[in-house]
Design a protein around this ligand. Sequence first.
Ligand SMILES: Cc1ncc(COP(=O)(O)O)c(C=O)c1O
Length: 370
Amino acid sequence: MLKKIPFFDYPQLFNSYEEDLTNIFKDVGKRGAFIMQKDLEEFEANLTNYTGAKHAIGVANATDGLQICLMAGGLINKGEVLISSHTMIATASAIHYAGGIPVPVECGKNLMLDINSAEEALTDKTVAIMPTQLNGRTCNMDEIIHFATKNNLSIFEDAAQALGSKFKNKYAGTFGIASAISLYPAKILGCLGDGGAILTNDSDVYEKIILLRDHGRDPVSGEVISWGFNSRLDNIQAAFLNYFFSKYDEVILKRRFFAQLYDEGLNEIEEIYLPEPPNNGDHFDVFQNYEIQAKNRNELREYLSKNGIGTLTQWGGKAIHQFKGIGMDKNLPVTDKIFSEILMLPLNLFINEDDVKYIIEKIKDFYVKN
Ligand SMILES: Cc1ncc(COP(=O)(O)O)c(C=O)c1O
């Protein structure tokens, strides 16, 4: 029987929790609590309690969050920042608008920033490295910290996809000067619209972030004391997020369970390369995405689509150095090859064990026939 498994089911995000979400909406509405209210404060406290970061600041989205981190963290004008080319354009645009120059480097077979390529890209203008904690995995941060220390670079993290993931028991987003996480609806912790948050352990940087997020206004006196933006996280979104956060551990367990199922079902197919399974050494992965590398990727994708299975090629199938016209063209052959094979399989709360088994069966069928 033909099943229908969309890559992500947006209506379900609301429909599955309709009653509770409607009650939250009414509660916030009746209180008139729209901007910078207690739900936002509670959400920020939930984030610090969960990650162990000293400070959490809700912002309008992670793209703003990254830019604000870099500005508050003292990115030097025209300083070069090393990033993986396997990231969202937002990583690079945040650097651009903060006055720096994004320098994409190769990703490795594990899809994370390749430190050897970063080494080769060093110049006397390099001031920072901003690894993307991709797909719900934290990079090997020992390696990044060693590299940054040796070369006198600041560390920022693009933790947009990684809330809850850890390296050596330390949470993504807590390693460098500051980091941003995304709360976009399809993220593991997603709200009903755009949203983001910044984490930092540095109290001076925190003070600057607070000003940058709200027009440069002193939060107590309201007086403008520096330049700033309007990048506040809506209080209604914070209220939804507090609700979803209360289920977060359960959600991560489920995602890791599905990742394990995929791993067991697919690991003998020679034509595909899988993410590392859960319970892997120093990494605690939360599987924001399950991104495989597949031979005959386009044909596989089409075959799965004919069988009702939605898949996605991340960033529309292009690494950021492949976008012509924004000045980041670079020769990154390893990433080029990887991008001809990457494919994300459905992994979210609205699929079940049978769906995953069906997807596995169809992938096996495809490679038997091809
Ligand atoms: C790696 C990465 N960085 C940055 C962003 C930007 O996040 P937002 O949409 O919240 O601005 C995303 C969002 O998908 C992302 O995946």
